[in-house]
Design a protein around this ligand. Structure first.
Ligand code: CMC
Length: 390
């Protein structure tokens, strides 16, 4: 139509109203439901923030306890679904395993997946919060050829997740409180980020009337890409490549600036943050603390710091207002905890899950929601006749 504005990447177009997350990209401000991310990361828990995002207010102690308890009662996966994992090669990327198994999860609840039924929506919110971490841990276990553990519902959400990932069948697993707190903090930092690519995907798929499982598995696939959640994995690969190649950090930065082979400084730059990413600041603080507390020293952390320093002083990055984003230092911490590189984006997905659920529900409840259907500007051939058709 004559009114269609062309906006590649939706740089200027708002697709919805939302009351969940506020970002001021120039000032580096991020708030969930009005609460500053710094305060939540320091004082709250993953489940408390999940409640806040989904229901709009902080829970009372009783509400939180009941929520936690309900989630603990839904952690088991159907035994048949566990066999689904054996159909995939052990080399499968855990993100593909996570999205496929999340999609497959919906097949168990087809009669209880009506987006217009509030009880179904509530039940599936709980189911996804309970079961997706288990699926994520099984994707990890599968990739290293170890047996799946049953969830230990005597443990907190994060401790249970750690045990499912790092526990071994015949041995007692002692949760390391440093690791537990660090992971909780990282998950909180990832819980929501308004209309990013994966959340917009969840909303778009949801706008068709698709259920929560289908919408969120689509979001997981959107998150997988290296420009989005896949960046945390790509950062570590980049650091390892620089270390192994013996190339100097200066030379690498030169190659980025010259856009040689399209190489980018992964973990740098953001569509919205043009001053700094407040999450990156918190993650960087954690990186030193956590590595020290875990007794790990990693030359890749030093390399990352060197790279950051060099980039921050360089005109190319200054002019383009490119700063480290949340993904720049997370990988180093996940690695110190013992997660394989290919699990990093899965951890992002578990972090982002409450945000996806909150947005799906907000979209569903908004009377102005319509099926998402972008316009295009047609630039193809004019009308012409098929040979011999006239
Ligand atoms: N390294 C080198 N140059 C960059 C980078 C980078 N990481 N990011 C942007 N630029 C350049 C880009 O080439 C362009 O230069 P020019 O004007 O000469 O063409 C300029 O900066 C503007 O970039 P853009 O691509 O128009 O910015 P965008 O808003 O479309 O993209 C981004 C944002 C995050 C996709 C991009 O900065 C990027 O690819 N970063 C690396 C991947 C990454 O770390 N992603 C994680 C994002 S944060 C968490 C998440 O969403 O998962």
């Amino acid at each position: 139509t004559g009114h269609t504005a062309l906006d590649y990447g939706f740089v200027n177009t708002a697709a919805t109203k939302s009351a969940i997350t506020f970002i001021d990209g120039d000032q580096g401000i991020l708030r969930y439901r009005g609460y500053p991310i710094e305060q939540l990361a320091k004082n709250s828990t993953y489940l408390e923030v999940a409640w806040l995002l989904i229901y709009g207010e902080l829970p009372t102690a009783d509400e939180l306890a009941a929520f936690d308890d309900r989630i603990r009662h839904h952690t088991l996966l159907h035994e048949d679904l566990k066999r689904f994992f054996s159909a995939l090669p052990h080399t499968a990327h855990p993100m593909s395993v996570l999205s496929s198994a999340t999609s497959a999860l919906s097949t168990y609840y087809e009669s209880q997946s009506d987006p217009n039924n509030p009880e179904h929506v509530e039940l599936n919110t709980i189911r996804m919060l309970a079961k997706m971490p288990v699926i994520a841990a099984y994707a990890h276990k599968k990739s290293i050829g170890q047996a799946f553990l049953y969830p230990d519902n005597g443990l907190s959400f994060v401790d249970n997740f750690l045990k499912l990932n790092f526990g071994v069948l015949s041995e007692i697993y002692d949760v390391n409180p440093v690791m537990s707190r660090a992971l909780e903090r990282l998950l909180i930092l990832h819980e929501d980020h308004e209309q990013n690519a994966s959340t917009s995907t969840v909303r778009l798929v949801g706008s068709t009337g698709a259920n929560q499982f289908s919408s969120i598995s689509a979001g997981i696939n959107a998150l997988y890409g290296p420009l989005h959640g896949g960046a945390n994995e790509a950062v570590l690969e980049m650091l390892a490549r620089i270390r192994d190649s013996g190339e100097s950090v200066q030379r690498f930065v030169e190659r980025v600036k010259n856009k040689e082979d399209g190489v980018k400084l992964m973990g740098f730059g953001h569509r919205v943050y043009k001053n700094y990413d407040p999450r990156a600041k918190l993650v960087k603080e954690s990186a030193d603390e956590v590595l020290e507390a875990l007794g790990v020293s990693d030359p890749l952390l030093d390399l990352a710091k060197e790279l950051e320093q060099l980039a921050l002083e360089d005109d190319y990055f200054k002019e383009r207002r490119l700063y480290p984003n949340v993904d720049f230092y997370t990988g180093v911490i996940y690695k110190a905890m013992g997660f394989p590189t290919r699990m990093f984006t899965v951890l992002f997905a578990i972090g982002r899950l409450p945000g996806w659920l909150a947005h799906w529900r907000e979209m569903q409840q908004d009377p102005q929601t319509k099926i998402g259907r972008p316009q295009q500007l047609y630039v193809g051939a004019r009308a012409r006749d098929y040979p011999g058709a006239r």
